[in-house]
Write a protein that binds this ligand. Sequence first.
Ligand SMILES: [Zn+2]
Ligand SMILES: [Zn+2]
Length: 428
Amino acid sequence: MRTQYQKPKGVEPKGSHELAVGDDMLVKPTLGGVAKDALQGNAPALNPATVEEEYSSHESEKGKHSVTNANVSTEMAPLNIGKGLYIYGIDEGAKEAGIAIVEAITGEVVFKGVIHLRDDVKRLMRYRREHRRERRRHLRYRANRFNNRRRKEGWIPPSIKVKKDNILRVIRELAKRYPPSKFVYEEASFNIRKLVEPNVNGKEYQKNLWNALIYRAGNKCEVCGKVDRKLQMHHIVPLSKGGSNSVTNILIVCEQCHKGIHEGRIKIEKKDLQVRYPAVAQAGKTYLKNELSKLAPVEVVYGYQTKEWREKMGLEKTHWDDAIAIIAKGKKVIDKTQPSFCFAKRHRPYREAQRRPDIKEIGGLRRGDVVNYYRRDGTVLNGYIYGFNANGTVRINNWNGKRIIKFSKISPKRCERVLRDPVVVVVS
Ligand SMILES: [Zn+2]
Ligand SMILES: [Zn+2]
């Protein structure tokens, strides 16, 4: 009887069999083959209908099983790549990045906020370097532990990489709740590739050009170097005399200097007027785009476009509103959300995590716990436990790493634990 459960030779998989129903040429030889095989194996001749039934039930069971397997693997897999319903907007600043998530079909904002970007890496690495130098100073000879004279390919300065990783960690967490269909990323305020073809698409070119020049000038007058002045463009060779609208023919000047140039009081010194974008900054952006594209396609926009969309939508100039603007591109969105503050918890390398095996716990609180602190005046402070002192005082820091409160006794009534060991903290 066991033969009934084995896949009969010559029987096509159910799917193709069903397709072949009605086609005598295909169905007949298959069934004949089954009967012949069964006889040769000294098994009772099988009614083709029985074989069909057993096979199909076996198949469907197998089918069910494989579906379960598929479900499991879907759960294990981080995401359905690009299959989500949500469009993410990312507007990156120096200290924080704006993020917004919009439901692709309804146009409803489901999340908006800022991601705090760490800015202490440069300082911490300098400390580490000095500690190591100090340690080495006491030795006559200390062998190299590793070759740090050659950088690996794709190396990005740690101070830049950590900011991209902050963004990525928050997005990967949010993507579990809101599977992304697309990322819209404001790469820079201007598109450097569009600077080489002057007068292409007039208005667009002008806006892009202006942002590029402001970037080159560092928001200062390129003659006197003063800030907080209304800035203007001065064409070195006037347009009327055949001058071009390229960056190398334009100076960014304040009103006074501009007047001075035209009156002949100020002579322009020869300067390098090329617009250059730091290679390390570009490397960081490329890294972020590559990592994002593993989750969903990435669309790149530029600051001059964002400004136009934001103004059209009547949004404020905040990082999260810019993130909404680059998703909606001037179209209406429904936004009933409050901005959130996201904070990617620092990843502790294994060696560092190993160094303190004893977890100090005071009053049910540990280092790194996210807490609400209820003050006597009724206000609530939100932060995380920075540490305990030897004398038992507790320090709570806010998300920018600033101390918000220090107290000597933990009262469970005043200090409420919100989260322990979060990867990403989202504070609304
Ligand atoms: Zn000036
Ligand atoms: Zn001028």
